[in-house]
Design a protein around this ligand. Structure first.
Ligand code: GRF
Length: 194
């Protein structure tokens, strides 16, 4: 069957390693036939991922969120992305809590990756939590974004073995390695379904 390619924007605030992993799959891999990255967007001008995206030939933009009220900022972002006719907004390290205005506007169109099982740990510092509580495994979660923080419907999860880890860096390394292939696989399945 011939599926129309989904138009996606990836939202980042920093390093952008998940954005890069997805972009590589769009350019040469499993996402090649199912989506196009219309924009990489950041709420921070100096997000390292913006430069990475631009070096990969992807359109980038930022609107500074600092000092702006959540809803005021989100309305600006809505106005900016609306003409792009996005099918999905992919959050990848976007460190800004979205207002209900935004989540309702794009209901069931915003997806996030969280480095823990969202039923056990929400919010920041998920790898620290896994390390400090000495978990034998953690569980990367890709989920829809609703009005809460990491409370949206779970799309897919992938466990990461943490046996024998000695440091937080090692937990992060193992987790990110999984995040980088898992996010693209989940997106591919979702885009081909929808
Ligand atoms: C990742 O661990 C992701 O799961 C979380 O924030 C981190 C972003 O890393 N939401 P990067 O910017 O993709 O490298």
């Amino acid at each position: 069957m011939n599926h129309p390619k989904k138009r996606i924007a990836i939202f980042i605030s920093g390093r952008g390693s998940n954005m890069k992993a997805i972009a590589e799959q769009v350019q040469h891999g499993i996402l090649k036939n199912c989506c196009e990255i219309v924009l990489v967007f950041s709420n921070k001008k100096d997000a390292k991922g913006l430069q990475t995206a631009s070096e990969m030939g992807i359109e980038t933009a930022f609107i500074a969120s600092k000092g702006k009220k959540r809803q005021t900022f989100d309305q600006k972002v809505i106005d900016f992305v609306e003409p792009l006719h996005l099918d999905y907004i992919i959050l990848a390290g976007y460190m800004r809590i979205l207002s209900p205005l935004f989540t309702r506007h794009f209901a069931k169109k915003i997806i996030n990756i969280h480095p823990a099982d969202t039923r056990l740990h929400q919010g920041l510092h998920a790898y620290e939590w896994a390390f400090e509580t000495k978990r034998k495994e953690t569980c990367i979660t890709v989920h829809f974004v609703n009005e809460g923080v990491d409370t949206g419907e779970i799309i897919a999860q992938q466990t990461v073995d943490l046996n024998g880890v000695q440091s937080l860096e090692e937990v992060e390394m193992r987790g990110l390695k999984t995040e980088h292939w898992f996010y693209s696989e989940v997106l591919r399945d979702l885009f081909l379904e929808g």
